[in-house]
Every structure is written in structure tokens, then in C-alpha cells.
Design a protein around this ligand. Structure first.
Ligand SMILES: [Zn+2]
Length: 254
């Protein structure tokens, strides 16, 4: 059973690489999952403390709305040349971001992982293979998260603060439980999705991001797409023109 699931997860790797974090979201996220997640901040019985910030619920979709900050978060996987160009753009723009790395990608691109940490960015967990974690049995979901945690630890020295589930915007109770067991009390969702993984062109990515960004927003972007690289400078300019400071997820919740 587990072997077959694992095989399916590996088979889905190519799909995950081509698709966005939540490519199947409109049809595949059941209403029950969404409504459960909506209630979770109030119904979770024992929110976990974090040494890096205040007590957070088991999933966050945006940060505090009373501070002029926006977190830029990235699906961490992609061609090394494009990811390098992305890091160059972020450095040029003076922005620090959160990269949720796919474990297999990070293991194969440890030098890029080390560079993004050296540039002041934050490294988190986006599962080992970026398969559809919603459909996994609890043990396989845990294996996907814990394997990526070890990949992050190998590069960063710790597993990082944040976990983002693969191929779903919102975590299910099973995903949240597996994440908590692997050392991630809070799943990192988002409220701004310019769907850059569909390669709509830089101007569409910029306008969708700026139209939706509010104080406290968490933006979902993707490494490995040329259009995203080209969108970085105008996104940073546009956010700052609205007095919105681009920050890491941890800074958003600090
Ligand atoms: Zn993703």
C-alpha cells in the first residue's frame, strides 16, 4: 500500500513541477476542507507557541492587517538559471522573501539553497516531491513532509518555521496533523494568487498581485518561471508606492 502510494507520489513529480502549488484548487478542494480551515483559528484547542513569534493558529492565510507589510512567498523549485536570476532580482530590489522548497529540488540545488539563505531569505518546507498531498494517507503525507524537513535541515541547519502543502491552497486536518508531527505547528497558506505558474506574462502577474495585495497579505509566487523574474522589480516598486513593505513570512508575523 505504502509502496504504491510512494510510487504514485514520485509519478506525480512531473505534474507537480509543471503545475502551481494549488493547480487543482478550483475543482479539487472540497467545500468541507475550506470551511474547516475557516474555523480552524478559533477551534484549534492548543495553538503552539513559537520562539520566533506570537502564537499562531494551525494555518495562516494572511498576517496582521494593521501593519503595512506584505509577505512574498515562493514555491521553491525550478531551473537553476531562472532561480539564480530571481535571486539576483530580489537582491537588486532589496527584498527578503520566504522560499518553500521542494525537497528533491533543494537536495539537487544545495548551492542555491545556501545562496538564498546568505541573501537573507527564509527557507521552508513544500514537501519532498510536490505531489497532491490532499489525497495521501496520513503516513505518506508525514513522510513527504519529514523527508523535505531533512532536506531543509541539511542546507539550513534547522527544518525552518514554515510548511506549505503541495497542490492545495488550504491544508486539510490530515495535512495539519502530519505537519504538526513533523515539527511545523503552522501551515503557510496565502491570500494573493497571481497564478504566475500559468505563465500569463509579467504584466499580468504584476497587476494581479498589486490589485489584490493588502496590508498583511501573503503572496504566492513560483521560482522557475521567467515571467515571475521579470515581474519582481515592478511588484516591489508597486508595493512600495502603496507604502507596503515586502517581507518574509516570519517578519510578517513577528
Ligand atoms: Zn508549489
Amino acid at each position: 500500500m505504502h509502496r504504491r502510494d510512494a510510487l504514485r507520489a514520485v509519478t506525480a513529480l512531473s505534474l507537480g513541477a509543471a503545475a502551481g502549488c494549488d493547480a487543482a484548487r478550483p475543482s479539487a478542494v472540497p467545500a468541507t476542507a475550506s470551511s474547516t480551515a475557516e474555523r480552524s483559528p478559533n477551534t484549534h484547542p492548543t495553538p503552539t507557541t513559537s520562539s520566533a513569534g506570537p502564537i499562531l493558529p494551525d494555518e495562516v492565510r494572511h498576517g496582521p492587517r494593521d501593519r503595512p507589510q506584505v509577505a512574498l512567498t515562493f514555491h521553491g523549485q525550478g531551473d537553476a538559471r531562472i532561480v539564480t536570476a530571481l535571486l539576483d532580482e530580489l537582491k537588486r530590489g532589496g527584498a527578503r522573501v520566504t522560499v518553500l522548497a521542494v525537497g528533491t529540488w533543494l537536495a539537487a540545488n544545495a548551492d542555491l539553497g545556501r545562496r538564498l539563505l546568505a541573501d537573507g531569505h527564509e527557507l521552508g518546507n513544500h514537501t519532498q516531491h510536490h505531489a497532491d498531498i490532499k489525497t495521501m494517507k496520513p503516513q505518506l503525507a508525514y513522510a513527504e513532509i519529514s523527508a523535505c524537513a531533512e532536506a531543509v535541515r541539511a542546507v539550513a541547519g534547522s527544518i525552518g518555521r514554515w510548511f506549505r502543502p503541495s497542490q492545495t491552497q488550504y491544508a486539510t486536518p490530515t495535512i495539519k496533523s502530519a505537519a504538526r508531527r513533523a515539527g511545523y505547528p503552522t501551515c503557510l497558506s496565502y491570500d494573493v494568487d497571481p497564478r504566475d505558474f500559468t505563465d500569463p506574462g509579467p504584466s499580468a502577474i504584476v497587476s494581479a498581485t498589486l490589485a489584490a495585495a493588502r496590508p498583511g497579505s501573503i503572496v504566492s509566487l513560483h521560482c522557475g518561471h521567467e515571467g515571475t523574474v521579470a515581474a519582481i522589480a515592478p511588484i516591489l516598486t508597486g508595493l512600495r508606492a502603496r507604502n507596503l513593505r515586502p517581507v518574509t513570512a516570519s517578519d510578517l508575523f513577528a
